[in-house]
Every structure is written in structure tokens, then in C-alpha cells.
Ligand binder design. Structure first.
Ligand code: CP
Ligand code: NVA
Length: 305
């Protein structure tokens, strides 16, 4: 039997695994069966332990699991004893006795790490304060689908050095593409971004020059609502708008993981423009989630001879 594999950060996957996941996502989107059974999750249960709100991650995982023949159990902080202090390690061991995989959305990354350490089932990070790996895989898949070679893109990140930025950095390291970040002072990414191909600037106009893709995200992430006013000031010059796009190549693509605060980090004009891949990006969460579930639940690319 294979030892269990978790997906807590992009760095948990090798370059080959990421490329295999992207390839398999494309096959799944086209309706091509995998090597395993037609309904690979038949009789299997996936728990979704979510301590923060979610539209895309929750719905795409729930639909993915059910379309693959399995079932889901949604566990909010209010519903389970962990919310009133049952130790993480006890929760992990008990849930492992019932479930076949666990998707977790929480605050501190250490929570998902502890759940993974004490679980005997695969644990998938559906977003922590530090990483959002499933989203960045969907972003890469969306760019590949738009015709780009994701090992050679020039990507720009505008705004907060948050969970999304951290996962983009890990993707750039794994695949070797170049990533130029523009983040205000005090809002730099938490993961190590020291690399020839990863740069940090205070000037959004400079980083979008030559970019194939511009990504951004909210200025105040979930859990940072109290800082919204302070952040709005710090990020005022980091908006993805028509003026910024005028400094980028004519064919640049724009991504946003959503939910967006229209008029803050991104304008309506850009979201609805021909540059925007945002709606495909949201749809692709579903296809990529299926490839991730296949891989971790042993009917997927890493399991193949
Ligand atoms: N992009 C994303 O993860 O969206 P949700 O917060 O709606 O899941
Ligand atoms: N950085 C955002 C992403 C939401 C999908 C947050 O953590 O709230």
C-alpha cells in the first residue's frame, strides 16, 4: 500500500507531479476517464472541515467528490467539538476512522499540519493564512488552457504578500517560471522568495511590464477584517485597473481567485475585460480538485506505472 500523501502546500508536489496534475485536469475537463474505476470515489467519504467561509472551494470539492461517486460531510467550526477545544490530534485520529480524506480550511497553517500529522487519511489544504495551493493549481491550469507554457511564463503578483502570493512563489520555484511581485512595505510574502527568477518591487507598473499574466487578491484576507482601513491606505497604489494594464503587454491575462472587492484591488472594467480569465479560473477549481482527489486517493497520476 502507498503511504498516504497530503497536499498542504504547492511545495508538497514535485515539478513532475504538478505537471501530471495539470495534464490530468485537462483530461478530466474533456471527460476522459482515468486508469481506475469509472467512479473512483464510490463508497468513499470526504470530510470538509471549514473554519472560514467559502463559496468556490466548498462547492467545487462537494461537486467533485459526488461526481466521482463519493459523498461529503461538511463540518463547520460550529458543528464539531474541535470548535470548543477538543484537541486537534484527537479530532484527526477520530475522523480518520470514519472518513477517506479531509479537506481543511482554517487560520494558522500549523492547524492543518497537525491534522495531517495525526490523520491516517490524506489531508488537503483548502486555504490557510499561509497557503492556498488548490487555487494556484487551478490558476496554472487556466493559463495552460489559455495556451501558455506554465514552465516559462512571466507572472506578476500585485498587492498583498498573502496565502495566494506564497503559493504562487512555491509554484514558481517548482516549475521555474519567473514571478515579479509588487507588495507594499510591511506586506511582503512570508515564504522565502529569494531566487533569481522571483523579484519583489514597490512599483506595480514596473512588474507588469513584459508580464504574461497579472494576478491579484483582496487587500484584507479572511481574519484581517479589522485591518481593512489601514490596508486600504497601504494598498491604494496597488490596484489592477486600466491604467496599470496600459503598462502591460497587449495580450496580458488577468487572474483573481475571488471573492473580489470590485473597485478596491481590481476594477469592474478589468474584471469584465477581454484580459480576464477569472470565470474560467473559478470553473477550473472543479476539474483540478478532481485531479487532486484522484492523485491523493490512489487512482491518479502518481499511482500509475
Ligand atoms: N477562491 C476561493 O478559494 O474562493 P472561496 O473562498 O469562495 O472558496
Ligand atoms: N487571500 C484570501 C483568499 C480568499 C480565497 C483570503 O485568505 O481571504
Amino acid at each position: 500500500m502507498l503511504s498516504k500523501k497530503d497536499f498542504l502546500a504547492v511545495a508538497d508536489c514535485s515539478r513532475e507531479e504538478i505537471l501530471a496534475l495539470l495534464k490530468r485536469s485537462a483530461e478530466i475537463k474533456k471527460g476522459m476517464p482515468g486508469k481506475g474505476p469509472a467512479l473512483p470515489l464510490q463508497g468513499r467519504f470526504v470530510g470538509l472541515l471549514f473554519e472560514k467561509p467559502s463559496t468556490r472551494t466548498r462547492v467545487s470539492f462537494e461537486v467533485a467528490v459526488r461526481q466521482m461517486g463519493g459523498d461529503t460531510i461538511f463540518l463547520s467550526r460550529r458543528d464539531i467539538q474541535m470548535g470548543r477545544g477538543e484537541p486537534i490530534r484527537d479530532t484527526a485520529r477520530v475522523l480518520s476512522r470514519y472518513l477517506d480524506a479531509l479537506v481543511v480550511r482554517t487560520f494558522g497553517h500549523h492547524i492543518v499540519e497537525e491534522l495531517a500529522e495525526w490523520s491516517s487519511i490524506p489531508v488537503i489544504n483548502g486555504l490557510t493564512d499561509l497557503h492556498h495551493p488548490c487555487q494556484v493549481l487551478a490558476d496554472l491550469f487556466t493559463l495552460q488552457e489559455a495556451g501558455l507554457d506554465v514552465t516559462a511564463i512571466r507572472a506578476a503578483w500585485i498587492g498583498d504578500g498573502n496565502n495566494m502570493a506564497n503559493s504562487w512563489i512555491e509554484a514558481a520555484r517548482a516549475l521555474g517560471f519567473s514571478l515579479a511581485l509588487a507588495c507594499p512595505e510591511g506586506y511582503e510574502p512570508a515564504v522565502d522568495f529569494n531566487s533569481d527568477r522571483i523579484t519583489l518591487s514597490r512599483n506595480p507598473k514596473e512588474v507588469v511590464r513584459g508580464a504574461d499574466v497579472i494576478s491579484t487578491d483582496v487587500w484584507a484576507s479572511m481574519g484581517q477584517e479589522d485591518e481593512a482601513a489601514v490596508r486600504a491606505k497601504a494598498f491604494a497604489h496597488y490596484r489592477v485597473d486600466g491604467d496599470l494594464l496600459a503598462h502591460a503587454p497587449e495580450r496580458v491575462f488577468v487572474l483573481h481567485c475571488l471573492p473580489a472587492h470590485r473597485g478596491e484591488e481590481i476594477t469592474d472594467e478589468v474584471m469584465e475585460s477581454r484580459h480576464s480569465l477569472i470565470w474560467d479560473q473559478a470553473e477550473n477549481r472543479l476539474h483540478v480538485q478532481k485531479a487532486i482527489l484522484e492523485m491523493l486517493m490512489s487512482h491518479g497520476p502518481v499511482d500509475r506505472p
